[in-house]
Design a protein around this ligand. Structure first.
Ligand SMILES: [Mn+2]
Length: 313
């Protein structure tokens, strides 16, 4: 569907459950809480649902949020490329035909929803939500703070290649509502607690290089997470570290989820398509950032992903 149809859809329905993805990031939460606030502002009922514990650093997006009581009549998924990403606790929403509308920007979206507004050229799903909502009424500063957070985080604070003039123009419009973008960006990109900083140093000091130093791998083990007392979600700046090294074209982060289950995050520069490489392992995402899951012993998992990357070189 197009942006106009999405506006009609949101106007016509009520009693919304808004689904956001596990390992929640600023985009999915920004989209979810922006949409929820906006719909409530229209006098509609809406709740945001997430299958994970929400990381504390995003609490400013929802500190006045409360769940409403109502009978769910419409399910909207935001920034969710694949029903699996709703998480095991939300299995009932993963079944075909349950999600009425999906608003997303992942090129790898599986098309699971009954209706979909997909724009893979948008650097953040929050940009699509902005397009829809700005044509429906006034964007308050509370809604704007959510959408700005989504755009800023998914564009790496307007640095990723996916950033375009549209991202800047929308951000400018959102800033005009009076949001405190300086504090949002400090919180999202600069401030981290001491334990997180120590864990990051430990992980990066063990970074390994492969394929003539064109690939760099960081490993986030459960031992490290335990040792430093951090949440895995607090280490989300790790995947972007390899590409800060001159000559590295593919950055790999191997995160231990459970015994012999590893989540791989890929970041690419130059000609490599991260989504394509990850799709070889049943995952997906964007051209410059994608993910997948590989099972096995750590050394074998690294070997598998490195040999796959070498096929693309
Ligand atoms: Mn996103």
């Amino acid at each position: 569907m197009d942006v106009n149809s999405a506006r009609r859809f949101l106007t016509q329905h009520d009693n919304y459950t808004i689904l956001t993805h596990i390992n929640p990031d600023g985009d999915t939460l920004g989209c979810g809480f922006a949409l929820c606030r906006f719909l409530r502002g229209m006098g509609k009922k809406a709740n945001v649902v997430n299958g994970d514990v929400l990381p504390h650093r995003y609490s400013f997006l929802y500190d006045d949020y409360y769940n409403q009581e109502f009978e769910e009549k419409c399910v909207v998924a935001v920034d969710i490329a694949d029903p699996k990403l709703m998480g095991d606790s939300l299995e009932k929403y993963q079944k075909p035909g349950v999600v009425d509308l999906c608003i997303d920007h992942h090129i790898s979206n599986t098309g699971y929803a009954n209706d979909m507004l997909l724009d893979s050229s948008a650097g953040a799903a929050a940009m699509i939500i902005y397009e829809v909502l700005s044509g429906m009424g006034e964007i308050t500063s509370e809604v704007a703070a959510c959408l700005y957070t989504g755009i800023a985080t998914d564009t790496g604070c307007f640095k990723f290649e996916s950033t375009d003039s549209r991202a800047h123009i929308y951000a400018a419009k959102l800033i005009e509502t009076g949001i405190d973008f300086y504090r949002i960006n400090r919180k999202m990109f600069e401030i981290k607690n001491k334990n997180v900083a120590a864990a990051e140093r430990a992980i990066v000091s063990e970074m390994k290089f492969y394929l003539n130093d064109r690939v760099a791998v960081n490993v986030i083990s459960l031992d490290t997470i335990k040792k430093y007392g951090v949440e895995p979600a607090e280490l989300e700046s790790i995947p972007s570290v390899p590409l800060t090294i001159e000559g590295v074209a593919v950055g790999v982060t191997v995160k231990e989820k459970a015994d012999r289950i590893y989540k791989i995050s890929l970041r690419t520069a130059e000609e490599f398509n991260a989504s394509q490489i990850c799709s070889e392992f049943g995952g997906g995402g964007h051209i410059r950032a994608a993910g997948c899951e590989i099972k096995g012993e750590l050394d074998d998992v690294i070997e598998k992903i490195i040999s796959k990357i070498s096929e693309f070189m």
